[in-house]
Design a protein around this ligand. Structure first.
Ligand code: G16
Ligand code: MG
Length: 213
């Protein structure tokens, strides 16, 4: 039986992708590097340094480790400037209700976000208290699509992976859920999400009764 639902943050609960995008675009401009829609799409669910490496693929020189760390930090500064202003109005429609209904159904709720800013975002949006466990992204060694982050969420919730349902908007995230041995609900209409067990257009369409009966 299903015991827990583990949500992704960016693209499922909050529309932070556009904010990440804008921060990376600013850095790209400063470095005189191209940044198109496909670049932003590939960064979804990928951790900060992994995302930077995607940006630097088109650089004509190599960046030393200390330079990469400084660039990632600079991008995070641009990102933080924006999310400091976040409030409940930045929640995607239906996100709070989906999480609350999951709790009301007697299930545990976890968060598996690659973002080190996730705890701050949950606080700002006023939903931190709805989560039984939030994975510390700083302790995750292998980025999605590796199953590590969803397995850590199950462990933190005290449930087995096969008792969990994962909710993701990114292809790398769906891969991570399935590799963890969980059922995957994909959010969005991208063809890259076709391998999920179920698909919904957005989190407002998430109906916990659908998966518990
Ligand atoms: C999110 C975003 C990624 C971002 C990553 C790390 O993942 O989708 O684009 O690079 O977090 O964020 P930060 O730089 O804040 O640590 P998720 O897992 O919530 O979709
Ligand atoms: Mg996401």
């Amino acid at each position: 039986p299903l015991k827990a639902v583990i949500f992704d943050l960016d693209g499922v609960i909050a529309d932070t992708a556009v904010v990440h995008d804008a921060a990376w675009r600013q850095l790209a401009r400063e470095l005189d590097l191209p940044f198109d829609e496909a670049t932003g799409e590939r960064m979804k669910g990928v951790d900060r340094l992994g995302s930077l490496d995607i940006l630097l693929e088109r650089a004509d020189r190599r960046y030393a480790e200390h330079e990469r760390l400084a660039l990632a930090e600079r991008k995070n500064g641009y990102y933080r400037e924006q999310i400091e202003r976040f409030g409940p109005e930045q929640l995607l429609p239906g996100a709070r209700d989906a999480i609350a209904a999951t709790r009301a159904a007697g299930l545990k709720v976890g968060l598996a976000s690659a973002s080190r800013n996730a705890p701050l975002l949950l606080e700002r949006m006023g939903i931190a208290d709805l989560f039984d466990h939030v994975v510390d992204a700083g302790r995750i060694a292998r980025s999605k699509p590796d199953p590590e982050i969803f397995l850590a969420a199950a462990h933190g919730l005290g449930v087995e992976p096969h008792e969990c349902l994962g909710v993701e908007d990114a292809a790398a995230g769906v891969d991570s859920i399935l590799a963890a041995g969980m059922a995957a609900v994909a959010v969005g209409d991208s063809p890259a999400l076709a391998h999920a067990d179920a698909r919904i257009p957005n989190v407002a369409a998430f109906d916990i009764k659908h998966y518990t009966t």
